[in-house]
Design a protein around this ligand. Structure first.
Ligand code: MTE
Length: 443
């Protein structure tokens, strides 16, 4: 019988159901025989995919629980739904000490506990430079100025009456996995890769607004996006990209954006690092050259091995990570396990994901679950039977341009070890014979 414990964070959904915290502590302490005793009537198919137990004598089947014999709670008791009380461990988490103040910090998405490709809005990671605000949409304005025939100011009502589109895209902070450049720094996938989320965004294409203002096609080459928070967040975006698939969005997963994610208006810049997805968007200026603002000249730049800084790296290159089993979890027994994870590329669709259980010597191709969308997260799964011996689990993604996710050795050969941003190296999880999974780096 196999079981995965969730340290830290949540109790993982597992073949048998859920374990109590006491049971998890017991198992985490290395007493793996516990499960065999607890489920004495278990039937286990080691080589196959069946992990179900025989029904004989199972009290969860034989005794009718209270919820089957009493009236449940009324509808509309919770006009806005919330997760089950049993899911309380699934939450965004801060990395203590990462920044001096929480107003200018990060909360990471719990990738290890999510299914499919959509991040629930309440679990979308947050990255603020000067904290977040809940801005009154009636008072919010978007101005478009610069190299346009007529500078215009839009209210939210003006924007929301325009023809809108809805598209699913990932957003990844350029600093995601940034703590891992030099060596292993964090224990779980939530902290190593959790500055990553994927939502359905709804808004108006920026090209519609630029046309509306009469952009100067001869001179215009770039736009500058500016946020309404105190961080003076401003980013240059090339006009080609701005006219391609950039959205001025108010919707996220079927409802208005959450305040932390830019309510009432944010820029969606598919495939590009998160810093360009300006939140609380209040101004777009059209110009003929990059602005070299603080958030592009000094921050979000790549320190190269020769000591120079590379500016304007924007595309999030192809990357993947196994989310289960991943660091901090424990496989409670050998036998069948589903290895699952996420892959994405800022250049389009993911074409293939390979998975290795021996540190990259042998690879098998994983199943890509539909939908496989451009510049969106793609879920992969692969069947695996663990024989109980130590293993190194890795995933390697390839996108539709043919780009292959690099090893740490390949990435460091070009980028060195002192960067913060744009680390898309292959992640390794070490599985010990105890079943414990931990973060390691393989070169
Ligand atoms: N926009 C404004 N106005 N202020 C900010 O601090 N942070 C940026 C970007 N847009 C930021 C911003 C960064 S660095 C990232 S990674 C993303 O927003 C994070 O978006 P999220 O908080 O919705 O996950």
């Amino acid at each position: 019988m196999s079981q995965i414990t969730p340290r830290p964070g949540r109790i993982q959904r597992a073949p048998e159901g859920f374990l109590s915290p006491e049971q998890i502590r017991e198992v985490s302490a290395g007493r793996r025989d516990f499960l065999r005793t607890a489920f004495a009537s278990a039937s286990m198919a080691v080589a196959g995919t069946s992990v179900a137990r025989a029904a004989d004598g199972d009290p969860a089947i034989l005794t009718l629980p209270e919820h089957s014999t009493t009236l449940g709670r009324p509808v509309a008791e919770r006009p806005y739904g919330a997760p089950s009380q049993f899911e309380a461990g699934l939450r965004r988490r801060e990395s203590p000490g990462l920044t001096r103040v929480a107003g200018s910090s990060v909360s990471f998405s719990p990738l290890q506990g999510l299914f499919g490709i959509i991040t629930p809005s309440g679990l979308h990671f947050e990255r603020h430079h000067q904290g977040w605000h809940d801005i009154d949409p009636a008072r919010h304005r978007l101005m478009i100025n610069g190299l346009v025939k007529e500078a215009r100011v839009y209210t939210m009502d003006d924007l929301m009456r325009l023809p809108s589109v809805s598209r699913i895209h990932f957003i990844e902070c350029g600093a995601n996995t940034g703590m891992e450049w030099g060596n292993v720094a964090v224990p779980t996938v939530q902290y190593s890769h959790g500055m990553l989320s994927c939502s359905e965004f709804t808004g108006v294409p920026l090209s519609v607004l630029l046309d509306d203002c009469g952009i100067d096609r001869k001179r215009a080459k770039f736009v500058l996006a500016e946020g309404a928070d105190g961080s003076s967040m401003t980013r240059t975006i090339s006009l080609d990209r701005a006219l391609d698939d950039v959205l001025v969005a108010w919707g996220q997963n079927g409802e208005m954006l959450r305040p932390e994610n830019g309510y009432p208006l944010r820029l969606v810049v598919p495939g590009v690092q998160g810093v360009s997805w300006v939140k609380w968007l209040r101004r777009i200026e059209v110009g003929d050259q990059p602005w070299a603002t603080k958030d592009e000249a000094v921050h979000y730049i790549d320190l190269m091995p020769d000591g120079t800084h590379r500016q304007y790296t924007s595309i999030q290159e192809c990357k993947s990570v196994i989310t289960t089993p991943s660091g901090g979890q424990t496989l409670l027994d050998k036998g069948f396990h589903n290895i699952t994870g996420l892959a994405w590329s800022g250049r389009g669709k993911v074409k293939r994901v390979d998975v290795s259980a021996d540190g990259g010597r042998n690879w098998r191709t994983a199943r890509l679950e539909t939908p496989v969308l451009s510049k969106a997260l793609t879920r992969f799964n692969i069947d695996w039977v663990w024989d109980g011996s130590p293993a190194i689990l890795q995933s390697r993604a390839i996108d539709e341009t043919g780009y292959v996710q690099p090893t740490y050795a390949q990435l460091r050969a070009v980028r060195g070890t002192r960067s913060i941003y744009h680390n898309n190296a292959i992640q390794s999880w070490k599985l010990a014979d105890s079943g414990d999974v931990s973060n390691v780096q393989v070169f």
